[in-house]
Design a protein around this ligand. Sequence first.
Ligand code: SAH
Length: 459
Amino acid sequence: MSEGKVYLIGAGPGEAELITLKGYRLICRADVILHDHLIPSELLRLAKPNTEIISVGKFASRHTMPQERINALLVEKAGDGKVVVRLKGGDPYLFGRGGEEAEACADAEIDFEVVPGITSALAGPCYGGIPPTHRDCTSSVAIVTGHRKDEKEIEIPDAGTIIFLMSVGNIETIVNSLLKAKWPPETKIAAIENATCYNQRVITAALDDFLETVKEAKLQTPAVFIVGKVAELQKKLDWFGKKPNVLILGNHPQKYQRLGNIVHRRIIDCVPIDDYSEADAVLKNIDTFDWLIFTSVNGAKYLFERLYATGKDARALAGAKIAAIGKTTADRLTEFGISADMVPQNESSEGLLEEFGKLDMKNKKVLLPQSEIASKQLPDGLLGMQAVIEKMTVYKTIDIDPGAIDFDCIDQILFTSGSTVRAFIKRYGCVPAGIKVYCLGQPTLNVAKENNIQAEVLR
Ligand code: SAH
């Protein structure tokens, strides 16, 4: 049995990409993950399929698992020889009781390592547009917890900038304590709510106005507060709040980062079909086809998966010409060593039919690898040209729950396929007013139009 070990890992403040590479790699290796409440769910999806995932944050009935129980679980699982990842918000050693968890490991003689994380205490101000230190303002920062329920006053340390965590419920005491400690009433203070996430809000005011301002804004947890001269830079340095929030309902959202703050949600999943016997039978005669037409990225992906599963590779397609419905599909084909012979300018079934119309398709054998539900326009058009059509189902799509989306915070939506458009409409009925819609290609735009969505192709 391998030696068990505990890794206390900082998951970062909220945005999934703000985890360290080391943390990322360890999540991919974990046998067990114990995670806090507000961990980006994308990180949990990195886990191996058989990883045991345990939420120890606010779960059923909003109770958290008692600390002793968490400590005992860490020791128990690592004692069983498992690689245990304890995934904690922000940095594991800052106000997260990470120290106690490490002590529990040390006491039980369990091997452990700590992977620091980007703390919300610093990421919050950073994404809120406030550098905690600045040569013109201050050279010292203090990080303070405001979570001392029964205290009427918070001890204010002597520093040029003070950052408060766990303080939303106690903000009145904090402001009063600052004023009492002779902080000028006109000093700027900022709250950064849901820092680094697409629904981040920054609320700033002078100290003596702040309580009213946050009350009006209905400030919620989690939030960090930062007070000091540096907070005056907020308007000038607000780089994150300026970018549009772009909801992407497809895979590979990283490709679109230039568009703004990416809010990635998946609404459909492409999955294998249950029975490939028909597809495999077609693959046996793959060398008899004159044309293969790929109408989606997934058609390409799943055809090749099947080809490989039956012991073949791209060489099996050497005798056929290849068409792709658009550039995205053609790009995906190059990953399998195929350079498409035909990619219509007009990226759609009509575009393909226009191009095929220029050729003599009579008695030409055409293979269409596609999903369970595929439009009839293309096969019908080709039949009209007296081609011989073989449809081959290689995958299907299923609807999945995209999780909560606050549409008030979404500026743009990018649809990457017709199926995501259909799934979106099925779930939400329409695109909420005021949201600008882009589609990845003409075929997707066509589906958007069919569903009365005003959209344009992404340039
Ligand atoms: N170890 C964590 C802090 C845990 S204490 C870290 O390093 O970030 C929990 C407090 O962190 C919350 O009360 C809040 O003040 C702050 N916090 C955590 N995530 C936050 C976020 N996304 N936005 C604003 N504040 C956050």
